[in-house]
Each structure stands twice: as C-alpha cells, then as structure tokens.
Design a protein around this ligand. Structure first.
Ligand code: ZN
Length: 256
C-alpha cells in the first residue's frame, strides 16, 4: 500500500454502534486465535491416527495405540519415519499389494518405552510383543537411522517367515556363503570377503559379516534405503549384482 492511496479518503461520520461491533469482532478474533494456539500441540494427533490407519489398511502393518495410556509413540515424526520405511519396502517389492503378499499378512510393530536397546525382530514363536519391537533408542538417532533400522527389521521378518530361505539363498548366490553342493550335510562356510561384491556398511567391520541372517538384513536394507550408509563416503553401499540378487529372490518369494 502506498500513502497516495489514502489521499482520496474524506473524513466520514460513523454511527457509534459501528465501533462497538468492530471491537467485539476484534475481541472474538483474538479469543479464537488464543484457543487455536493453545490447542496446537494436539493438532498433529489426527495425522498420527491417519498414518496408523493407512499402515493397517493398506499394508497390514499394525503399529498399536497412537493415543491414550497404551501409546508409547512420543511424536508424529516416529510414525512418519515408520511409514516411510514401510513405503520404501513396498516400492522395492512392487507396491502395497505386493508388500502384503511378500510379507504374508499382518506385521505387528510394538512400540516400547525402552531407552538403551536397539530395535529387534524376534524369530517366529518368540514374537510375544510383536514381529518388530521398536524402542526409544531406534528413534533417538535421527530419521535415516530410524528408517534404515525399521527396514532392516522388516528384512528379518521376511526371512523368518520364509524359513530363512531369503538369507540362505541370497548369501549363497552372492558367494558370501560357500556351500558344498555334493555334500549337503557339510555346513556352508560364511565369509563376506568371498562375496561377489563387498557387503554394505563399514568396510573394516561390516555388520553384515556377523551371520547370514544379518548379511541378508543389511543387503536388503541398503537396497531399499541406501541413504543411511550413504551418509558417509567411507561406507560401502550395496553392489549392483547383490541388489539384483536381493530383488530377484524377493520376487520369487512373492510369486510362491
Ligand atoms: Zn539384524
């Protein structure tokens, strides 16, 4: 607005009631603004409920209570990151319907208020709390860590439900597990140094080297969500041949 815009205004006499009405409107607006700001912390709750509902209806992922006394989710961000992890897995396996088929149905994620414990996915039969147990620790180290670890745990759920078909097949096909096909009774030798490509993560001490199960969870998680290890150029990402084996083996699982 420029001062010239006021030059044409002439003083006008207004009835006194007009001012009173103006004052009341201003007071009403101020009161509404105060109420609006006081309720701000609750405004994200509908979003939390919406995320939980979408995860259950679209992906058959149950995140438990997102309000009330039984809810241990501390912020809507925790649910946003969980949703991102699920969506990224779905994108990798071919969409929401393929996610449900590949996982073989309901995935229960239990949010527990435990500070110094990593997230974990107990084997089938020991899954009293849930298929995946998400701790405070999981969400205390930023979005990339939280999302990556949830994807990693979904990888374990897939593996348990395939009776370790995924970890055994993928580690054998990349060469990380060397098996004597003529002597099936002899245990396979697991050594990620023998794999066609280095495993993802810290080259000196890859977590993937712990076991075939962790190797699978790590190559799966880095295929789905490379951003986590990608934060440092010192880390290895997943090689193209290994990523191909991961995707081909997953497709085979969904087709069964
Ligand atoms: Zn693991």
């Amino acid at each position: 607005m420029t001062p010239a815009a006021h030059l044409d205004l002439k003083p006008r006499r207004r009835p006194r009631g007009w001012w009173l009405a103006g004052l009341l409107v201003a007071l009403a607006l101020a009161a509404l603004a105060a109420i609006y700001h006081r309720q701000l912390p609750d405004l994200t709750l509908p979003r939390a409920v919406q995320i939980a509902r979408e995860l259950l209806q679209v992906f058959q992922v149950d995140v438990g209570a997102v309000e009330g006394a039984a809810c241990y989710w501390r912020a809507t961000d925790e649910l946003e990151w969980t949703s991102t992890a699920v969506v990224r897995v779905a994108d990798t396996v071919g969409g929401p319907a393929a996610f449900v088929t590949t996982l073989g149905g309901l995935v229960r994620m239990a949010r527990v208020p435990v500070p110094e414990l990593r997230a974990f996915a107990p084997p089938v039969g020991q899954d009293v709390l849930g298929d995946i147990v998400l701790t405070d620790y999981n969400f205390d180290h930023g979005a990339d860590y939280a999302i990556y670890l949830i994807v990693h745990e979904i990888g374990h759920v897939l593996d348990w439900r395939s009776h370790k078909h995924l970890s055994q097949t993928v580690s054998a096909e990349t060469g990380a597990s060397q098996c004597d096909l003529d002597n099936p009774s002899v245990a396979c030798v697991f050594d990620t140094q023998r794999a066609v490509e280095p495993p993802p993560g810290n080259p000196a001490e890859p977590y993937a080297g712990v076991s075939t199960e962790e190797y699978w969870a790590e190559v799966f998680a880095t295929t789905v969500y490379p951003e986590y290890y990608g934060q440092s150029t010192a880390n290895n990402l997943v090689g193209p041949q290994t990523a191909d084996v991961v995707k081909t083996t997953l497709r085979g699982l969904g087709a069964e």
